[in-house]
Unconditional design. Structure first.
Length: 276
């Protein structure tokens, strides 16, 4: 009988401790080479080598595509589209177990959202800009902390290609406000953040490297100053006791949820772990 190889490695005790201390951690060689190559090939096939094409309707079935200038944000490839290998990576046994270890809770973990994050290079009208300093959790529709994001490089991403950066330890600051608009930058609103928390060193990702960060982590990304698009994929997950607040956000809009409902009870948010 053939054994299915998990495309995601298990995190180390040191990585879990660093995440709980700092609010983020770098995970070298997190997703295996074959899975990363297949994800990148799928995106290039449907979005072109320049990343500028709108995915065809068949490939985009049950997914959502957002074109925001230099951003190409193709969501729910794994969660709603069951597109491989995105689905297999997000639902791997190691991914769910790693989330439990990072949260320090033996509780069911559910897939909340996922998507390709393609940042075009700096060129003409498609000029790439920096992603402002923001937190993820305040923009969501969840009543408690526990949301974490895995960000996976599908190619080499040096600092100048739009690599992530973090204000280490800022996850302990608490919610600093919704930042869905592009003109809201948390460091501009709270200048003391860069005095209280160190900016992470420049990160050079190899294909398959990842970071994972806490939903309260203040983070940003540089503009893409290279001549190639930045190919990345991210997924967010949450513990099963989280409840819906009614706030608007793409991963919960139009699902017919009532405020107070357990998000994990909705079939759209598939459980990633075995019974805890």
């Amino acid at each position: 009988m053939k054994t299915c190889v998990d495309p995601v490695r298990e995190i180390t005790d040191e990585e879990a401790a660093a995440f709980r201390r700092d609010g983020w951690v770098l995970l070298p060689r997190y997703v295996d080479t074959d899975a990363v190559r297949a994800m990148a090939d799928f995106l290039v096939e449907h979005m072109g080598t320049d990343g500028a094409q709108v995915p065809d309707a068949a490939a985009a079935q049950n997914t959502r595509y957002f074109d925001a200038g230099a951003w190409r944000d193709w969501r729910f490839l794994a969660r709603d589209g069951n597109v491989e290998p995105f689905h297999r990576v997000s639902m791997s046994r190691s991914m769910g177990r790693n989330a439990q270890r990072l949260l320090g809770r033996e509780i069911g973990i559910h897939l909340g959202l996922d998507g390709a994050l393609v940042k075009l290079p700096e060129q003409g009208e498609q000029r790439s800009t920096a992603t402002d300093w923001h937190q993820d959790w305040p923009n969501l529709s969840r009543d408690r902390i526990g949301f974490i994001t895995f960000w996976v490089a599908l190619q080499d991403v040096p600092p100048e290609r739009g690599a992530l950066r973090f204000l280490t330890g800022s996850h302990l600051e608490g919610p600093l406000g919704r930042s869905l608009r592009s003109d809201i930058d948390l460091v501009s609103q709270y200048p003391s953040l860069t005095e209280e928390f160190d900016v992470s060193p420049p990160l050079h990702f190899r294909a398959g490297d990842a970071t994972v960060h806490h939903g309260m982590m203040v983070h940003s990304a540089t503009p893409n100053l290279t001549e190639e698009p930045r190919w990345a994929w991210a997924m967010g997950c949450f513990p099963g006791d989280v409840r819906y607040t009614g706030a608007r956000f793409a991963d919960t809009d139009d699902l017919g949820l009532e405020p107070g409902a357990r998000l994990g009870d909705h079939p759209r948010f598939v459980r990633m772990t075995e019974d805890a």
